[in-house]
Design a protein around this ligand. Sequence first.
Ligand SMILES: CC(C)(COP(=O)(O)OP(=O)(O)OC[C@H]1O[C@@H](n2cnc3c(N)ncnc32)[C@H](O)[C@@H]1OP(=O)(O)O)[C@@H](O)C(=O)NCCC(=O)NCCS
Length: 173
Amino acid sequence: MTVSLREATADDVALLTYWDSQPHVVAASGDDDNEDWSHALATKDDATWYLVAEERGRPIGLVQIIDPALESSHYWGDVEPNLRAIDIWIGEEADLGRGLGTKMMALALQRCFDPAEVTGVLIDPLESNTRAINFYRRCGFQDVGPRRLGQDDCLVMRIDREQWRRATTSDIP
Ligand SMILES: CC(C)(COP(=O)(O)OP(=O)(O)OC[C@H]1O[C@@H](n2cnc3c(N)ncnc32)[C@H](O)[C@@H]1OP(=O)(O)O)[C@@H](O)C(=O)NCCC(=O)NCCS
């Protein structure tokens, strides 16, 4: 596979900050203030994983995975144990729509479901981000319903282990 994931390090701070300033990332981020990446990486808890996606060694985007029940900000509120929640974005506008996000998501879901106890994965696109919502549906996520998270009107979506297993054995890479 031409896309791989690796852990983000302090060396990625400038790039992550630059990606955050890109209009297509800002538009998808809702009320999130610009992340202080230096602080975020240095103070990361054990229930948060920041993974840089690379295409043949070139950084192209970020996947953030959390255990929503254990993550320290409790962004998801009361939530059942043994889930994961994903955020995903591609840094450069020129890299959108090239199939890279599909590959990143396949790798991210593989990581999420790697521990046998994980039963499902959540994602929370802005309700207005219809392209991302369609993308997630194609990746196998199903709508759970609208929910206000922070200051944002989001659509909560979820893929359970069995749906993921079936999706990975069908034509979705
Ligand atoms: C969502 C995203 C990760 C998908 O990755 P991608 O490599 O662009 O997607 P692929 O090429 O694998 O698949 C194409 C689909 O991605 C989605 N997509 C493409 N450009 C997009 C954009 N600017 N914003 C949101 N989704 C987009 C569409 O569903 C597209 O299908 P379509 O052409 O039929 O509309 C990527 O588009 C992205 O980073 N978008 C901006 C940030 C964002 O919206 N992140 C999600 C926050 S919840």
